[in-house]
Design a binder for this molecule. Structure first.
Ligand code: ADP
Ligand code: NA
Length: 329
C-alpha cells in the first residue's frame, strides 16, 4: 500500500507554480489514495525565514493556504489535511534525524546555498530545513511525494536519511519517491527572474486567488523574448515565459497558433498576452469563486484543520512509538 505526503509553506499567496507543480497532484492523488494521502501546511518550515516573524500574518497565511487547497478541489473529509505545528511529532523525529545527518551534506543543498547567500545572518533552522522535511515525510512512512522539481535534492536526502536510520536502528522507513507533474516541473516567475516562488515576493508570482485585473497587470508587464524589440521582429516562443504559461492555460489550437505566429511576427506580444489572459480567466475564476464561498465560513476551515491534525497524529503516534523504542528512549 502506498502513502502520499506533501507540504506547502505559508510564506505568501499560493501561486500557479504551486498549483500546476504540486497542488493539482494533491487533488488527483487524493482521489486515488483517500486517507492515505496526507497534506500539510508547513508553518514550522516557514519560520526559517525571518519574514515569518509576524504572528498574525503567519496565522493568516496558514489559513489562506488551507483555503486555497480546498478551493482547488482538495476535500479535507476525504484526505488528511492539517497544519504542521499541530503535530509535535514532526519536531521529535526531526531531532533524531538531525543526528544522522552530516552538516556538510546540508551545506551542499542548493536551496540552502541560494537562500543563505541572501542573508547576513543564517538561522540554523534554514540549514535544518531538509531534515525537518525528511521527518515530515517519514513520520507517516510515506513513499510517494508530489512536489515540483526544486525539491528533488531534498527528496534524495530524505531517502538517504531513511537508509541511515534503517541501517543504524533496524528496518523502519521506506525510501520515498518524488512524483512530478511533467508539464510543470519548474514554472518561471512572471518577473523573469528564475522560478516562480512565494519566497521571492509578489513580483514573482501569479496568485491563484489574486484579483484578475492584478494578474493582467503583471502579465502585461512581463518580459518576453528580449531579442524581439519591434512588433515586426519575429519572436522565439521557446525563450518566452508567456509561451510557458500558454502551455498551462490555453487550448492546443491557441498554443499552436502562438507557436507559429510568434515566430513569423504574425502576432504581437500584447495580443499574445491577451489570449493567455482568456485561458487564465477560465482557469482561475471558478477557483476564486469557490474560495470566496469557503471564506464565508472560516470556522469550518479551522474545524477541518483540527480534525486533520487528529487524523495525522493517529498515524504518526505508532510510528513515533516504534522509533522511540528502536532508539532506546
Ligand atoms: P515556494 O517556493 O513558492 O515557497 P513551496 O516551497 O511552499 O513553494 O513549495 C510548495 C510546492 O510547490 C512544492 O512541491 C514545490 O516544489 C512546488 N513549487 C514551488 N514553486 C514551483 C514552481 N515555480 N514550479 C513548479 N512547482 C513549484
Ligand atoms: Na520552495
Amino acid at each position: 500500500m502506498s502513502r502520499v505526503f506533501s507540504g506547502i509553506q505559508p510564506t505568501g499567496q499560493p501561486h500557479i507554480g504551486n498549483y500546476f507543480g504540486a497542488m493539482r497532484n494533491y487533488v488527483s492523488l487524493g482521489e486515488q489514495y483517500g486517507k492515505n494521502s496526507i497534506y500539510c501546511v508547513v508553518d514550522l518550515h516557514a519560520l526559517t525565514n525571518p519574514a515569518a516573524f509576524d504572528p498574525r500574518l503567519l496565522a493568516q497565511r496558514t489559513f489562506e493556504m488551507a483555503l486555497a487547497n480546498f478551493a482547488v478541489g482538495l476535500d479535507p473529509s476525504k484526505v488528511v489535511f492539517f497544519v504542521q505545528s499541530h503535530v509535535p511529532e514532526h519536531q521529535e523525529l526531526s531531532w533524531i534525524f538531525t543526528n544522522l545527518t552530516p552538516v556538510g551534506e546540508l551545506e551542499r543543498m542548493t536551496q540552502y546555498k541560494d537562500k543563505a547567500g541572501q542573508l547576513e545572518s543564517v538561522p540554523a533552522g534554514l540549514l535544518m530545513y531538509p531534515v525537518l522535511m525528511a521527518a515530515d515525510i517519514l513520520l507517516y512512512k510515506a513513499d510517494t511525494v508530489p512536489v515540483g522539481e526544486d525539491q528533488t535534492q531534498h527528496i534524495e536526502l530524505t531517502r538517504e536519511i531513511a537508509r541511515r536510520f534503517n541501517h543504524t536502528f533496524g528496518e523502519t522507513f521506506p525510501e520515498p519517491k518524488a512524483v512530478y507533474n511533467k508539464d510543470a516541473l519548474r514554472i518561471p516567475g512572471v518577473d523573469g527572474h528564475g522560478k516562480m516562488s512565494k519566497s521571492k515576493g509578489e513580483n514573482s508570482t501569479l496568485g491563484l486567488l489574486e484579483p484578475l485585473d492584478a494578474v493582467w497587470q503583471k502579465l502585461r508587464a512581463a518580459p518576453t523574448d528580449p531579442a524581439r524589440v519591434r512588433r515586426t521582429d519575429p519572436g522565439n516562443p521557446d525563450v518566452c515565459l508567456i509561451f510557458d504559461y500558454h502551455k498551462l492555460f490555453s487550448d492546443l489550437p491557441i498554443i499552436e497558433m502562438v507557436n507559429v505566429e510568434c515566430r513569423r511576427a504574425g502576432i504581437g506580444c500584447v495580443d499574445c498576452k491577451k489570449k493567455l489572459m482568456e485561458g487564465v480567466t477560465v482557469a482561475l475564476s471558478p477557483i476564486q469563486e469557490r474560495a470566496a464561498e469557503l471564506a464565508q465560513h472560516p470556522d469550518d476551515i479551522r474545524d477541518a484543520l483540527a480534525q486533520g491534525a487528529k487524523e495525522a497524529r493517529a498515524i504518526a503516534a505508532p510510528v513515533m512509538a516504534e522509533v522511540r523504542e528502536k532508539v532506546g528512549f
